[in-house]
Write a protein that binds this ligand. Structure first.
Ligand SMILES: Cc1cc2nc3c(=O)[nH]c(=O)nc-3n(C[C@H](O)[C@H](O)[C@H](O)COP(=O)(O)OP(=O)(O)OC[C@H]3O[C@@H](n4cnc5c(N)ncnc54)[C@H](O)[C@@H]3O)c2cc1C
Length: 373
């Protein structure tokens, strides 16, 4: 691998983790980023490293490895991270059933009855609570600062990063930027996020993926002394991540939530509450699919997110300091990561949906080790 010329298109989390991993393998790496810095999904997310959302087995192991890698890098590159874990809270009998079924998939999980949840996590809403599942693995990053810190770390490793450099064309052994510069490669990694379809559109179309837009919010910092204590989620989130799909009670939970909350179902709402270092809470999200989404955010969707938050958390100050949207590609057939090889020496990588921060290190390791084969 030593001296292999690697070009990476995109300085989001997928591009940067590939750059680090290739550099550590001895490659000469160049990253080409269209904007002045990463501004896509990688800096618009919750920042949750979320093994609990990954299917038990290979994918969960990949996620856990990803958490360890992030923790190592956070120590070296000195960015904030909070390894407080997560609590999945159950308010409907079906959700509690799902959690009890799921608890057996890892010795790390701890089932808590309602009283124990409230004792350990005082921000949890006790009304109607049946119990919760504590998982210690989930870790919170603050993406708007962690991703730039990772980019700096990449530079310190000796990777050349060109910002303001959109790649316009991919040729057999080089790429051309919009201002006509050429960058030669032995290996090319395309990690262009939602713009993947600009390159090799036939391969991307065959991969059955579509853009998905999400609405997010951040509260003002909460009063001193208030802490969530962990990342909190409620019943809706159990239906969102693939991890829980094989639980026998999942169809009944899904049916009940769809019947009770049809508008939440329509807009793909589930709710995560994550508290960052300044005391603010990042809240979201919703999911709208397609190529023709209107530019406006939907205030009624934000209201539904806040209503669902109140079901499982008692938050002292729900004034909203910021609202934003993010877009990622999502599989129409339930895959969580896609690696395409549209041409020899060219790898296109996208982590589908809401697990890209969690799975990106594993994806990078897989890509770089495939070059050794
Ligand atoms: C609202 C939201 C919440 C999420 N929450 C979580 C979470 O909590 N945990 C989790 O694990 N995942 C989460 N995700 C998913 C995760 O953020 C994404 O999977 C991940 O950021 C995708 O990374 P990426 O590098 O592929 O894309 P991006 O971050 O979009 O990066 C792609 C980069 O490529 C650049 N680019 C595009 N075209 C070109 C070109 N022609 N030339 C040069 N550069 C180009 C873009 O400018 C961009 O910087 C969330 C996503 C969203 C939107």
């Amino acid at each position: 691998m030593r001296g292999t010329k690697v070009v990476v298109i995109g300085a989001g989390v997928i591009g940067l983790t590939h750059a680090v991993t290739a550099r550590e393998a001895g490659c000469a790496v160049t990253v080409l980023e269209r904007d002045g810095r990463a501004l896509g999904a990688s800096v618009r997310n919750f920042g949750t490293l979320w093994p609990i959302g990954c299917v038990p087995g290979v994918e969960r192991e990949q996620a856990l490895r990803g958490v360890r890698r992030w923790q190592e890098i956070a120590g070296v590159a000195r960015f904030w991270h909070d390894p407080s874990g997560s609590v999945s809270l159950a308010y409907r009998a079906e959700a509690w059933q799902v959690l009890q079924e799921f608890a057996g998939t890892s010795a790390d999980f701890e089932l808590l009855d309602a009283a124990a949840c409230v004792r350990r996590f005082p921000a949890v809403n006790p009304t109607g609570l049946r119990g919760g599942l504590f998982s210690p693995a989930e870790t919170l990053l603050h993406s708007p600062t962690a991703i730039p810190a990772l980019a700096e770390h990449v530079r310190r490793l000796g990777v050349t990063v060109h910002v303001g450099t959109p790649v316009a064309r991919v040729l057999a052994d080089h790429v051309e930027t919009s201002d006509g510069r050429r960058f030669e490669f032995d290996r090319l990694v395309i990690a262009a996020g939602e713009e993947m379809r600009l390159f090799f559109p036939e391969a991307v179309a065959a991969a059955q993926i579509q853009p998905c837009r999400l609405q997010m919010m951040r509260t003002v910092p909460q009063p001193a002394g208030f802490t969530l204590g962990a990342i909190l989620v409620g019943d809706l989130t159990l239906c969102h991540y693939p991890a829980f799909r094989d639980c026998p009670s999942m169809p009944r939970l899904r049916a009940r939530l769809q019947a009770e909350l049809p508008e939440h179902h329509r807009w793909g709402i589930h709710v995560i509450a994550a508290q960052h270092a300044d005391g603010s809470l990042t809240l979201g999200d919703s999911h709208e699919y397609g190529l023709d989404l209107p530019p406006d955010s939907r205030p009624e969707v934000d209201d539904m997110i806040l209503a669902s938050l109140r079901e499982f958390a008692v938050v002292p100050d729900l004034r909203i300091a910021a609202r934003w949207q993010g877009v990622y590609l999502k599989s129409t057939v339930g895959r969580t990561q896609v690696v395409l090889q549209p041409r020899e020496r060219v790898t296109m990588v996208t982590a589908m949906g809401g697990l890209g921060m969690t799975l990106s290190w594993g994806l990078a390791e897989r890509t770089i080790s495939s070059w050794r084969a």
